[in-house]
Design a protein around this ligand. Structure first.
Ligand SMILES: [Zn+2]
Length: 316
């Protein structure tokens, strides 16, 4: 094949790839299984991704001085959840079954399909500000597992999370791809790209400061030995959870509350979502969950303090 024939072929293939990429985007979010999403307050400056990039050293929206100092002094090795990079990361479901602390964890998913729903106007928000409002109002500690794309979509909300001394930030991959061959229909990432994807997510979150960790959660909680081996060099702790609330795509708050309160025990790690449109009942369930925990004598705490009670932080 000579050059004059090869070039048009390349052009045709390139165009075809573009069309296929477009066709792939509007995958219905409902097919995405546990991909739940969060949304931001309409009055939170409706940040355009471009205007609201994480610029921790610039102007008014910068993280607090404390958060900056923490981020500057805490090396990845010293952060909660850091592990020996020579071995596969530990996988934890819960902390010690002693004491009265439990961890409320909120996943912030963001797939390309979700991003398309936002851009097309089909979905208003994947950032549930009502959840953050309530946690702030009642001074409830929580831990947020953020995807890199969610952070890019909601920089103002990310700043708000990072600025709260009761909130910890953790990693939920860059674009919520599946790390095993069969995970709720999520598109899969290749083994070769796994470590870079998760490392990139830490890089996206780090400039926001606050309580950074080396905790990591796989999309859909799907992992195998291949995925764990791939992530070993990052020195993370994989956090699944022993109380899965089932809040994605819930039609009512009641089953969420029932699922949590029937299983929660001292040391539990509760899996919830802050992805509004994909988990629309979570904010309605949360007050009932908090009341139920209080009735049982259980107290929400940051994940690091639940998994390692000796690491209690001064701010509660
Ligand atoms: Zn997720």
């Amino acid at each position: 094949m000579n050059r004059t024939r090869v070039l048009p072929l390349v052009a045709i293939l390139t165009a075809l790839a573009g069309v296929l990429a477009l066709l792939a985007l509007p995958t219905p979010a409902a097919e995405r299984g546990p991909a739940a999403i969060v949304w931001m307050p309409a009055d939170a400056a409706t940040p355009t991704p471009e205007a609201a990039r994480p610029t921790p050293t610039s102007g008014a929206a910068r993280p607090t001085a404390t958060a900056e100092a923490d981020a500057a002094t805490a090396t990845p090795e010293a952060r909660p959840g850091s592990s020996d990079p020579r071995h596969r990361p530990p996988v934890v479901d819960h902390g010690p079954r002693t004491g009265n602390r439990v961890a409320l964890t909120f996943d912030a998913d963001m797939t390309d399909a979700m991003r398309y729903q936002l851009r097309s106007g089909a979905v208003r928000s994947y950032a549930n500000a009502a959840i953050v409002d309530l946690l702030e109002r009642q001074q409830v500690p929580a831990t947020f597992f953020l995807t890199g794309k969610w952070v890019e979509e909601y920089p103002e909300m990310t700043r708000r999370l990072a600025a709260n001394p009761r909130f910890e930030l953790a990693n939920h991959t860059y674009g919520h791809l599946a790390f095993t061959p069969d995970c709720y229909g999520l598109p899969t990432i290749s083994r070769q790209r796994m470590a870079a994807d998760v490392a990139r997510t830490f890089d996206v979150i780090a400039p926001y400061g606050g309580r950074q960790t080396r905790y990591f959660r796989f999309p859909g909680l799907c992992h195998d030995q291949v995925a764990l081996t791939a992530l070993a060099p990052l020195g993370v702790t994989v956090v699944d959870g022993d109380v899965v609330s089932g809040d994605p795509f819930a039609k009512s708050w009641r089953p969420i509350v029932a699922a949590v309160l029937s299983r929660v025990r001292p040391g539990s790690v509760v899996v919830l979502h802050v992805t509004e449109a994909n988990a629309p009942m979570t904010d309605e369930a949360l007050p009932h969950i908090l009341a139920g925990l209080a009735e049982r004598g259980l107290t929400p705490a940051p994940l690091s303090e639940v998994l390692d009670p000796d690491q209690e932080q001064p701010i509660r």
